[in-house]
Each structure stands twice: as structure tokens, then as C-alpha cells.
Write a protein that binds this ligand. Structure first.
Ligand code: HC0
Ligand code: SF4
Length: 568
């Protein structure tokens, strides 16, 4: 065992990559802007400076821990240095904290407070730069940028997109899309990974809550909402609950108080997706055509494939995502069920994802020029509506979702975690291919957090080779394998966000270093708590097929309503 000393305490060196991680493990939350355990080390913000005997002052994020080191984290010199760094950043920052959408979750604001900054002596005439609101999903405000480069590295290292980068030099340095274009004019896939890591309000999800308030206040409108699987295990965090605590019932209660008429579950449509996508998969596998089949429910992945791998679009499932399947089924069935005209039915989605905003406005998902899903709010936006209304979320008595589209099986719920779609498809395929009921529903092989999880599963006399991929950089690796003729997978699940939708950019910001794991567990717990676990057992789906979807999965009507085509 090896030890070092931090602020007079003897601490064991475990497997930490750097000194910063050990310091944080001992319970000292050293400030940083540019450090993320998932990204490469940049060492630019210099807030994590420490003093090491015999070495002097160093950035702890870029220092390897060594036996016998004697480290101080809070000498007066270090405290003063951090304040100077912060003040310099603040002097170049738009001072609009009270109206910033990141207020309360901004690290610059938080650290200014923590470090006791009470004035910004360098403040000079500040010339605001234009704000870029061209993207359907995100707002980019260069006036709030601290040049930590987190967004640049997330876009490149996690997604391999490279839509944004540093531009200019010296005091004129900014972060911008290539050639100072707007975000909608470059290859951005709207995944929001940049917004997820941005410590300030410089890249944030686009807020559209006013549209929903207006619909809720419009007496003519019937407002129906679908909630994505990942929302239930995260929204509570905005109201003091633990990450992963399942709060579906309280969510329904809060939304009814806000004035939503019907509250449904995207997981119902995820069950529907399982039936359609598995049918498509089994058909392709039987014919040996267009394999592997890629899932198509993640809109950032779909845009990525359209832009970078148009030659592989034939491999994407033609299924619409659950959000959009919900949209088309709701438009087809709800007017009669709720006795409302289609133009008076306002459909809202609550999604953990910024790219879902983009998906819902795609032409493919409009009927006669009107969007099936009128507006998509992120978890954060819904949480802010609940706060604005003054609702005591954690104290609410749980209420039930509306039927039939509020009914789902556990398979539709685990969609929100990486591996979940594959597991749901396996739960279907195991019975379909053998013609027998299968009692065991857990497929631990596809669970976990490795970048690319490969697994081979035998069902009857058929062998299936699956890969579960999260992070578009990893999707790119699989796509390149196919191009090189080196891929023998049958089925590939792709989610852009590492961890799956539970870690989407629209989710609340978490200070819990283990939040992903906790939210993932929450969805598995939710699955276990439901009566049914296989999409094919959802009784409402069977009646939905009989009444509105042409009788069975893969029917002509099902194709019209539930499938799509891709842009090359
Ligand atoms: Fe997901 Fe979905 S699981 S993409 O992560 O497939 O956003 O939660 O709603 O559509 O169901 C997001 C989450 C969804 C969709 C579902 C899928
Ligand atoms: Fe890059 Fe995604 Fe941000 Fe676009 S949304 S700039 S693709 S990280």
C-alpha cells in the first residue's frame, strides 16, 4: 500500500488517475471548471492548484499521486490564486446571473459564492457578443463562456463530432462552431453533451416552457403529455430526492396540478417499438438481409448516421422512436377517445434529451404540415414549471397515469438505460423465436457501462450476436467496422449519451458523482415493481393493434404510422 499526506491527513493511494481525484475522495471538494472524469485532462482553469512540499504549486488534475507527497490544498497563497483566476473570468463575463437559465446550477456563480468574491475589480466596458439560438435544441451564449473547453472536448472525445472548437487567439479566444457559423449550420447532432458539461450558462438547452403555459391556459385546448422513461428517476433531484428514486406517481400529481388533462407514458410506446422493431429484426435475421440492424430511437444517433454514414442508413431500423410512435398513435386515437378535435389536442413530451426537440420538429413527423408532438420539454424545464407554480413535489400524494397509453411493461421502462432496448427486444425474441413462454426476463449480459458490450445469445437454434453502444464515438467505431467488412453483429443498440437517456443533457444537473449508476438502478427497480416485464404481454397494445394499427406488428397501417425514412 502507498500513502501520501493531504492537509495533515495520511491518505492511501488507490487507483486514482490524479491527485485531484484523491483529494476529492477524502471529502475536500477542490473547485474546477475544466475537469471531468470522462474527458481528457486540460489543466486550463487552474482552480485545482495545490502546494506540494519540494515541488511548489501545481494543478492537482495533472499531477500523478506519489508515495510520501505532502500536499496542502488551502494555504493563503492558494486561496488568493483561486480568487484571482475567478475574478479574471468574471471580468469577461456577462453579469446577468439573475436572468440566466443556469442560475442556481452555474459553477461560476457557485464558486464565486463559495470563495467569497464580493467585487469584480477588473470590470471594464463589456461588449456583448451575439447569442446563437439557431439550433432547435440549444442556446449558445458566448458571453457566459469561461473557455474551459469542456464542450469542445465532450463533442470531440465522447461524440467524435467536432462541431465546436476554439477560434481566434489571445484575448479574442472564443469557442465557436467552425468558421464562426451558427450551430444549425454545422454538423452538430443536438445531443447536448456540450450543455451537459458546460459549467456556466454558455450552452444550455432551449427553454420552451412558455408554449406549454400558454396551452395550459387555453380553455379550448386539451393538453396531453407523455413522460419518457428516464424522467421518473431524475426529476425528484430538483426537489431534494435521491438520484434513482422512482417518482412517477408524484410526477403525475404535479402535472395534474399544473393543468395537464392527460398524463401518459412514453414507455407504452416503447413497448410498441419493441414489437415493431423485433418483428423487423427477426425478419432481417431470417432473410440474412441488412444486418446488423441498428436501433433508431436516439435522434442524435440518427442525425449522426445521416451525416456521416449515409451508406449505412439501410441498416437502421425503420421504426420511429417511441416519442414519435406515441405522437402518431395519440393523433390517431385520442381525438375520438377524448372527444376533442385534433387541432385542439396539444401534445407535449417530457424528455431527458435535447435532441428530442429536434426530432419532434422533423418534417417526417408532421401530418398535413402539423407536428404530431407540439412541444418537447426537458426534465429541467418541467422541474422549473413545478417550482414556478410553488408545488411541493416531494410532499405530493402519488397519482396514477391515464389509460390506456399510461400502461406499460418493465421492458418499456428500461429503455432509458444503455442496454435497455436490447434487453427489451431479447425478452420478445426469446418467446417469438421459440414459441414458448420464457419465465426469466433479466439479460445481465447487455447491462453495464463498457463502451461497446458484445454478447452472443442462443435462442432455440438461432445464435444472435449483439452489441450495445453508448457515446457516438463508439458508434463510429462499429460503423467503421461495417464499412471495413469486419462486423458480424446482428443487432446494435446505439444511444448517444454515455449511460443512456438517464444521463441526457436535459436531465437535472447532479452533484452526486454516482448519479448515473443510481438512476440506472432506479429504472431496473421500476421494472421489477411492475406487474409485467415483456412488451408482448401489454394488453392495451393488443387492443391498440386491433383498433388502430392494422391488426399486427409490421402491418401496412403500422408501417404508415410507426415507421419512417431517413435523409441522405
Ligand atoms: Fe429515451 Fe426513448 S428511452 S430515447 O433514452 O427508445 O430521450 O428516457 O423517451 O423516444 O421510450 C430519451 C428516455 C425516450 C424514446 C423511449 C427510446
Ligand atoms: Fe457537439 Fe452534441 Fe454539443 Fe452539438 S450538441 S456541439 S454535437 S456536443
Amino acid at each position: 500500500k502507498k500513502y501520501l499526506t493531504i492537509d495533515n491527513r495520511r491518505v492511501e493511494i488507490k487507483n486514482e488517475r490524479n491527485l485531484l481525484e484523491i483529494i476529492r475522495r477524502t471529502g475536500i471538494d477542490l473547485p474546477t471548471f475544466c475537469y471531468h472524469s470522462e474527458l481528457s485532462i486540460y489543466g486550463a482553469c487552474r482552480l485545482c492548484v495545490v502546494e506540494i512540499e519540494g515541488m511548489g504549486i501545481v494543478t492537482s488534475c495533472s499531477t500523478t499521486p506519489q508515495e510520501g507527497m505532502v500536499v496542502s490544498t488551502n494555504t493563503n497563497e492558494l486561496r488568493e490564486m483561486r480568487k484571482v483566476y475567478l475574478k479574471l473570468l468574471l471580468a469577461n463575463h456577462h453579469q446577468t446571473c439573475t436572468t440566466c437559465s443556469k442560475s442556481g446550477a452555474c459553477r461560476l456563480q457557485d464558486l464565486s459564492n463559495r470563495l467569497g468574491i464580493r467585487e469584480i475589480p477588473f470590470s471594464e466596458e463589456y461588449k456583448p457578443k451575439p447569442v446563437d439560438s439557431s439550433s432547435p435544441s440549444l442556446i449558445r451564449d458566448p458571453n457566459k463562456c469561461v473557455l474551459c473547453g469542456d464542450c469542445v472536448r465532450a463533442c470531440e472525445e465522447i461524440q467524435s463530432v467536432g462541431a465546436i472548437d476554439f477560434a481566434n487567439r489571445g484575448a479574442d479566444t472564443i469557442v465557436s462552431p467552425a468558421f464562426l457559423k451558427n450551430l444549425d449550420a454545422v454538423e452538430c447532432v443536438y445531443c447536448g453533451m456540450c450543455a451537459g458539461v458546460c459549467p456556466t450558462g454558455s450552452i444550455t438547452p432551449k427553454f420552451e416552457t412558455e408554449k406549454v403555459w400558454n396551452a395550459l391556459n387555453d380553455k379550448k385546448k386539451t393538453v396531453a403529455v407523455q413522460i419518457a422513461p428516464a424522467i421518473r428517476v431524475a426529476i425528484g433531484e430538483m426537489f431534494g430526492l435521491e438520484p434513482g428514486e422512482v417518482s412517477t406517481g408524484r410526477l403525475v400529481a404535479a402535472m395534474k396540478l399544473l393543468g395537464f388533462d392527460q398524463v401518459y407514458d412514453t414507455s407504452f410506446a416503447a413497448d410498441l417499438t419493441v414489437l415493431e422493431e423485433s418483428t423487423e429484426f427477426i425478419d432481417r435475421k431470417t432473410k440474412g438481409e441488412k444486418l446488423p440492424l441498428f436501433t433508431s430511437c436516439c435522434p442524435a444517433w440518427v442525425k449522426f448516421a445521416e451525416q456521416f454514414y449515409p451508406d449505412l442508413l439501410g441498416n437502421l431500423s425503420s421504426c420511429r422512436s417511441p416519442q414519435q410512435m406515441f405522437g402518431s398513435v395519440a393523433r390517431k386515437t385520442l381525438p375520438e377517445q377524448l372527444n376533442v378535435k385534433n387541432e385542439d389536442l396539444y401534445l407535449v413530451s417530457i424528455m431527458p434529451c435535447t435532441a428530442k426537440k429536434f426530432e419532434a420538429q422533423r418534417d417526417e413527423f408532421k401530418t398535413d404540415g402539423h407536428r404530431d408532438v407540439d412541444v418537447v420539454l426537458t426534465t429541467q424545464e418541467l422541474g422549473m414549471m413545478i417550482k414556478e407554480a410553488g408545488i411541493d413535489f416531494s410532499g405530493l400524494t402519488p397519482e396514477s397515469l391515464d389509460m390506456p397509453m399510461g400502461f406499460k411493461t418493465g421492458a418499456g421502462v428500461i429503455f432509458g438505460v444503455t442496454g435497455g432496448v436490447s434487453e427489451a427486444v431479447l425478452r420478445f425474441a426469446a418467446e417469438k423465436l421459440t414459441g414458448k413462454k420464457v419465465a426469466e426476463t433479466d439479460y445481465n449480459q447487455v447491462r453495464g457501462n463498457e463502451d461497446i458490450r458484445e454478447t452472443e445469445i442462443e435462442i432455440g437454434d438461432i445464435k444472435l450476436k449483439l452489441a450495445v453502444v453508448h457515446g457516438l464515438k463508439n458508434a463510429r467505431k462499429v460503423a467503421e467496422m461495417i464499412r471495413a467488412g469486419e462486423c458480424d453483429y446482428d443487432f446494435v443498440e446505439v444511444m448517444s449519451c454515455p449511460g443512456g437517456c438517464i444521463a441526457g443533457a436535459g436531465q437535472p444537473f447532479s452533484k452526486d458523482y454516482n448519479y448515473k449508476q443510481k438512476r440506472q438502478n432506479g429504472l431496473y427497480v421500476s421494472d421489477k415493481g411492475l406487474q409485467l416485464h415483456k412488451s408482448q404481454d401489454n394488453p392495451y397494445l393488443q387492443s391498440c393493434y386491433a383498433d388502430a394499427l392494422g391488426g399486427e406488428p409490421g402491418s401496412h397501417t403500422a408501417h404508415e404510422l410507426l415507421h419512417t425514412k431517413y435523409k441522405t
